[in-house]
Design a protein around this ligand. Structure first.
Ligand code: NAD
Length: 290
């Protein structure tokens, strides 16, 4: 058996179409063009590529996309002042601070993320948005797990009543993934680095989400035949190659459906950032109270 390949580009184009229609509605109903400002500090090469992709996608979709580049040596107070200004700017509907921050201000990451107006927090990392998700009131939801859910919906893969296993418990992927699957009535188990007998747990999964950060960690012995595999991992091996957390070649013979890396969940993440920017603009027009 060879698994159905869930092509991220195809589903991302669907999300972008929906988002473009929502942009047209905002322009028509409120005279508003959604604006996204990405703040990047320093010269980290991977971050530069991520930010360039976000900016390019935003422009392609007709979003007011802006990048603020700050020098590596920028201080915490200066960065907080930039965010405070963006929080007040009515033309900026979404604010994203590209992580990780340089070493000398890394310890302030939480404080900096928490200073973003929750209504403009398009990464969905602010405690208000995380809390909303936890109580089943989706505000702005982190892009990567939300992209996984949208992919399941668009690919007509049922979630209700299924056994779902998430490997990884980070605040940006594992935990929000848990809440999103639970809200859609899956029976969800979250595994992590201290889970015992991991393969026994993962073999129960109808839907298996891998968000670990270890190349080809998930092998066929860990997969229930016919399971749906969502591979969130992005691991650089060597100079140019990127692989996921799942051994794609081997697992595709066991799984029912699988996302490739690259070309899977990563592509959806950027599309969902545009979706979140539009959603943030909608919430601001409706003057939602957070
Ligand atoms: P993280 O390092 O914050 O979390 C990794 C998680 O994996 C932890 O909760 C840890 O407990 C778990 N883990 C580590 N070793 C394990 C083991 N041996 N067994 C079971 N669990 C183990 O990482 P993250 O930020 O959640 O990212 C995970 C992966 O997803 C990374 O490869 C990252 O690059 C990728 N990622 C991709 C996107 C995207 O757009 N596709 C977005 C965010 C993260």
């Amino acid at each position: 058996m060879s698994a159905r390949i869930l092509d991220g580009k195809f589903y991302a184009s669907k999300i972008k179409e929906e988002t473009k229609a929502a942009i047209a509605n905002l322009q028509h109903n409120y005279g508003v063009t959604p604006g996204l400002t990405v703040v990047i500090v320093g010269e980290d090469p991977a971050s530069q590529i991520y930010v360039a992709n976000k900016h390019k996608t935003g422009l392609e979709m007709g979003i007011g996309s802006e990048v603020i580049r700050l020098p590596e040596a920028v201080g915490k107070e200066e960065l907080l002042a930039v965010i405070a200004r963006l929080n007040q700017d009515v033309n900026v509907h979404g604010i994203l601070v590209q992580l990780p921050l340089p070493q000398h201000i890394k310890q302030y990451e939480t404080e900096i993320v928490n200073s973003i107006d929750p209504l403009k927090d398009v990464d969905g990392f602010h405690p208000v948005n995380a809390g909303k998700l936890a109580i089943g009131e989706e505000g702005l939801v982190p892009c990567t797990p939300n992209g996984c859910i949208r992919l399941l919906e668009l690919a007509d893969i049922p979630v209700e009543g299924k056994r779902a296993v998430v490997i990884g418990r980070s605040n940006i992927v594992g935990k929000p993934m848990f809440h999103l699957l639970l809200a859609r009535h899956a029976t969800v188990t979250v595994c992590h680095s201290r889970t015992q007998n991991l393969a026994e747990v993962t073999r129960e999964a109808d839907i298996l989400v891998a968000a670990i950060g270890k190349p080809k960690f998930v092998t066929p012995e860990m997969v229930k035949p016919g399971a749906v595999i969502l591979d969130v991992g992005i691991n650089r091996v060597g100079e140019r190659k990127i692989v996921g957390d799942v051994d794609f070649e081997a697992v595709q013979d066991v799984a029912g459906a699988i996302t490739p890396v690259p070309g899977g969940v990563g592509v959806l993440t950027i599309a969902m950032l545009m979706h979140n920017t539009v959603r943030a603009a909608q919430l601001q027009q409706k003057k939602m109270i957070y």
